[in-house]
Design a protein around this ligand. Structure first.
Ligand code: NAD
Length: 530
């Protein structure tokens, strides 16, 4: 399987630009502009973060929790304003802003406040053969986290890495997407003010704004670790930058999630979950259900029912009334979706509903679309679409479903729908994915914060969320400590003639096959043979 991927997103002319023009994609109203940070500005931000982190790393868990509680209170108290700001910068619906940005963020705060310390306290582990010693793992902050983030969840993408970074004692420098620079500036300013009011240096959290070169400058700066959330092409560049200084990275890249509907699935449950998986946030989700693999026996009924429901969707700006789906965040993404759909139709896919741009006099919209008769080897079934497009792919049986599901370069999330738990678990076990849901759409794992989030194959590596995500922002230090106040040296030098024989006996005694070999090992401990 070749590593993709999709049409390269060409940066806007960034070399000579000094500001980013910001636009509401639902109405094309100008929102103003945001100043671009130069590479020198990036270096200065990282230097300020280093100073702030030196004090922050010494704070107690209780103090960190106090700050997180204040940030949570800010989020809850200002949720309506945050939603409106998100809506204006991204064109998403009001309901999606609340349920896709505010709710998961609040849940993440709650989880971290309740569980963070438990996962960061020094942890006693077995000292193995070192019976005279104790062993523990300690979780120390790494220093400065660079978080380079995309445009699909302007608020959540900021707060998500910020919560574990602060809990683990790190500072964070964020590079928000150029497409949502306006809202990101407002959110990061507000979060900094909360930190300052709580009595800490606001430089713990900073933004550097700009296009790709600003992200590249941050990746090459003196940060200690990088979280990159974005496209495969840019992820590869960030990995190259991280390799120069040998710093750890977490890569959260694209997806082409399979959503498998077995012939014994509950039709209404599968249909409604597929609608959520395909059309939440207008499909601009890394864990969107990009490929619906439907068994022959249920295919026609599934297509008919989804078409009925999608045909009733209302689309537009939430500021003008109740809508089900909103706009596409970037005009570039709109081009990508249109090209992918036209290409699929040219390759033989059938448009069930939608299939084209809409409301073009108002903003950047693409109709909620269903494409049927999609074949697994079509371009649209291989490349990430990141738009409101449901692909229906016919599969024969469990083995065929797993083969088709795994036949892409990505492996982020996945779902299986069946009334048989045994069957669903068996299918899930065969899926090459970082996450799987049974009888739910893939994105739902995000609401169980004990679970980690991340992918395999071209979807990236490393994990966000949960214990593993939190600890990925730590220097996990292994410490061997005294068990008794006995100061007997472990003498290795000078090497004695008997050493080889004694240790050969020790190895046979401990690891020998059967009693006879172990007994021989035991005797060697006292042997005079060299
Ligand atoms: P993108 O790669 O174009 O941009 C992501 C960020 O990287 C932006 O801030 C951008 O300015 C910056 N950037 C661009 N060039 C860079 C470079 N050379 N060096 C460093 N930074 C650079 O991605 P996007 O279009 O903003 O987001 C869409 C992609 O993100 C999709 O592929 C989607 O699947 C993926 N995504 C993944 C997850 C996940 O958790 N796995 C979540 C959301 C989005």
């Amino acid at each position: 399987m070749s590593i993709p991927i999709s049409i390269e997103q060409k940066p806007r002319p960034a070399e000579q630009a000094t500001h980013i023009p910001c636009v509401d994609p639902a109405t094309r109203e100008s929102l103003g502009e945001v100043r671009i940070d130069s590479p020198e500005d990036v270096e200065a931000a990282v230097a300020r973060a280093k100073v702030a982190q030196q004090a922050w790393r010494k704070t107690s868990f209780e103090e960190r929790r106090k700050v997180l509680r204040k940030l949570l209170a800010y989020t809850v108290d200002n949720k309506d304003e945050i939603c409106l700001t998100v809506q204006r910068d991204s064109g998403k619906t009001r309901e999606n802003a609340l349920m896709g940005e505010i709710w998961p963020t609040c849940e993440k705060f709650r989880w971290m406040i309740n569980n963070g310390e438990k996962h960061l306290r020094p942890e006693r582990v077995s000292s193995g053969l070192l019976l005279h010693k104790k062993a523990r793992l300690e979780y120390h902050p790494l220093g400065i986290l660079a978080a380079i983030i995309p445009w699909n969840y302007p608020f959540q993408n900021i707060v998500n890495p910020l919560i574990p970074a602060l809990m683990a004692g790190n500072a964070i420098v964020l590079k928000p997407s150029e497409w949502v620079a306006w809202s990101s500036a407002k959110f990061i300013d507000a979060l900094r003010s909360v930190i300052e009011e709580a009595g800490h240096n606001p430089d713990l959290v900073q933004a550097v704004q700009g296009y790709g070169p600003t992200g590249a400058a941050l990746a090459r700066s003196a940060v200690d670790t990088i979280l990159f959330i974005g496209s495969v092409n840019n992820g590869r560049r960030v990995v190259e930058a991280s390799a120069e200084r040998i710093i750890p990275v977490v890569m959260e890249l694209g997806g082409k999630d399979a959503f498998i509907v077995c012939d014994d699935a509950d039709l209404e449950q599968a249909v409604h979950s597929a609608l959520a998986g395909c059309y939440i946030n207008c499909g601009q989700n890394c864990v969107a259900s990009e490929r619906i693999l439907v068994y022959d026996g249920i295919y026609d009924a599934f297509e008919k029912r989804t078409a009925e429901l999608v045909g009733e969707f209302r689309q537009g700006s939430s500021r003008e009334g109740l809508v089900d789906v909103g706009a596409i965040v970037t005009p570039l993404q709109l081009d990508i979706i249109e090209k992918a759909v036209n290409g699929a139709v040219a390759q033989g896919a059938r448009v069930v509903t939608g299939g084209k741009r809409t409301l073009s006099d108002k903003g950047d919209y693409f109709e909620p679309t269903i494409l049927a008769d999609v074949k697994p080897d079509m371009d649209i079934a291989q490349e990430e679409v990141f738009g409101p497009v449901m692909l229906l792919i016919r599969v024969r049986d469990d083995a065929d479903a797993v083969k088709v599901a795994n036949g892409v370069a990505y492996g982020l999330s996945s779902s299986v729908f069946s009334k048989s738990r045994v069957r669903a678990r068996k299918i899930v076990a065969g899926l090459e994915a970082g996450m799987s849901s049974i009888n739910e759409f893939g994105g739902v794992t995000y609401m169980a914060q004990d679970l980690t989030f991340g992918g395999v194959k071209a979807s990236g590596y490393g994990r966000m969320n949960g214990r593993e995500g939190l600890r990925s922002m730590c220097n996990i230090k292994s410490v061997v400590d005294d068990r008794f106040p006995i100061h007997q040296p472990s003498r290795v030098f000078p090497v004695a003639k008997k050493d080889y024989g004694v240790f050969s006996g020790v190895i046979e005694l401990i690891y020998g096959r059967g009693l006879a070999q172990r007994w021989r090992g035991f005797l060697k401990l006292f042997s005079r043979e060299k």
